[in-house]
Ligand binder design. Structure first.
Ligand SMILES: C[S@@+](CC[C@H](N)C(=O)[O-])C[C@H]1O[C@@H](n2cnc3c(N)ncnc32)[C@H](O)[C@@H]1O
Length: 393
């Protein structure tokens, strides 16, 4: 693997990074004695790393791990977020993998231990962490369960369990993952006051809180409005009313954040209203968190219907954590009513609490994707099916 770092190989990889790896495999057998298949894997990984791991992509001396580890690893953006919510003297990352989380978390701790059961992966990551200049990380090739038995106490233990079956399209429960955090929970809590666990956004939050028992904080992280991961922060006492932080990290503009407590959401009373001048759609972290009533109260906006998660106001709320539109008109659900507002039959269509799905709405209204008009199909508080015709403010 280390031959990959030879200058002539690195030059080849960079010169061909926009080429199709399969075509390269057909054209070459090896490059300066290194198998083209190994090189092609690096080229594929660099394509992924360009946006997912920009710092690693730009660094000299990083050998990207096998494809599965590149897919499983956190992104630079979400790893940096983790490093902003925990800090202290010592941390153990029990499921180190490609080491992305370990690397960024190491910036918030004096000493970090990386643990990974896969020998080859642990060796690649150890070299990479060295190349990246991380001097406070010790790498161990071990199983989390056995490592936990003999390690001294630390401030924070972090886990990002691997999904056992990467292809299945089902909800991943903790006991579908390796290690199963619910079975090693007593050992985890005996080794650190704070445990941070990363889980898939597909996992139901309420059942996760029940399974993990000691959850004090939940962090739901989206990047560019796509929900990427949910973090559960556990402490020594049982937690039944965790603080829920919703975050949307954006390339342009500040990160959006909104925090609330489950008990506050349960007791909140949202005001309902018909569409006014502005329309708001919360970001995907808020929708995943279910902060449907709290968000209305905090931003002083009205909800369109108990089950329609769209909001409206007369005065513009510029710091709303989600998308915001100016309402041009609200019309019945038919082609004639909509078409007078559209030139070129193009619109960006969304549906919330509506009987038809987006593809059926586009078909019925004769629309194609695109343009500057945003259509929201929704049910209003009087149970009417309506189309809000909107534009960016
Ligand atoms: C989702 S990946 C971690 C990715 C990592 N957070 C990153 O950002 O690069 C999970 C890793 O845990 C490792 N793993 C699974 N079960 C383990 C166990 N019992 N002990 C140690 N490592 C384990 C897998 O080999 C895999 O590399």
């Amino acid at each position: 693997m280390k031959e990959l770092l030879k200058p002539e190989i690195q030059r080849f990889i960079k010169a061909h990074e926009n080429d199709d790896p399969v075509t390269l495999i057909f054209r070459h057998r090896d490059i300066h004695g290194v198998s083209i298949k190994v090189i092609a894997t690096q080229i594929t990984a660099r394509k992924k790393a360009k946006t997912k791991l920009p710092e690693w992509y730009a660094s000299q001396g990083v050998m990207f791990p096998p494809t599965i580890s590149m897919e499983q690893c956190s992104s630079e953006a979400t790893a940096k977020y983790k490093a902003s919510i925990v800090s202290g003297k010592s941390l153990i990352d029990l499921t180190g993998g490609a080491g992305v989380d370990t690397y960024y978390l190491s910036k918030s701790f004096e000493k970090v231990t990386y643990v990974e059961q896969n020998e080859e992966l642990a060796a690649i990551t150890s070299d990479n962490l060295c190349s990246l200049g991380a001097t406070n990380i010790i790498c161990k090739n071990d199983k989390a369960e056995s490592f936990l038995k003999h390690t001294p106490k630390v401030d924070v233990v972090y886990l990002d369990p691997a999904r056992r079956d990467e292809n299945a399209q089902r909800v991943f429960r903790f006991d579908d993952c390796e290690p199963d955090v619910t079975t090693i929970l007593p050992d985890l809590l005996s080794r650190a006051d704070t445990i941070l666990i990363k889980a898939s956004p597909m996992l139901d939050i309420e059942s996760s809180v029940r399974d993990l028992k000691f959850v004090h904080e939940i962090h739901i992280i989206s990047v560019e409005n796509e929900c990427k991961e949910v973090l559960y922060l556990l402490r020594q006492s049982e937690g039944d009313n965790p603080l829920i932080h919703t975050i949307n990290i954006r390339k342009v503009g500040e990160r959006q954040s909104f925090s609330f407590q489950k008990s506050a959401e349960i007791s909140a009373q949202a005001e309902y209203g018909l569409p006014d001048k502005f329309l708001y759609e919360p970001n995907s972290s808020i929708l995943k968190a279910g902060a449907f009533k709290s968000i209305a109260g905090v931003y002083n906006i009205k909800k369109l219907h108990a089950h329609t998660h769209l909001y409206t106001s007369n005065a513009e709320v510029t710091d709303f954590p989600g998308r915001r539109f100016r309402i041009i008109d609200v019309v019945p659900y038919n082609k004639k009513a909509v078409s007078s507002y559209l030139s070129g039959k193009k619109a960006n269509v969304s549906a919330r609490n509506f009987p038809d799905e987006v593809h059926a709405i586009k078909k019925k209204l004769g629309l194609k994707d695109g343009g500057d008009i945003y259509l929201f199909a929704f049910t209003d508080k009087e149970e009417n099916k309506r189309i809000a015709i909107t534009e960016k403010p």
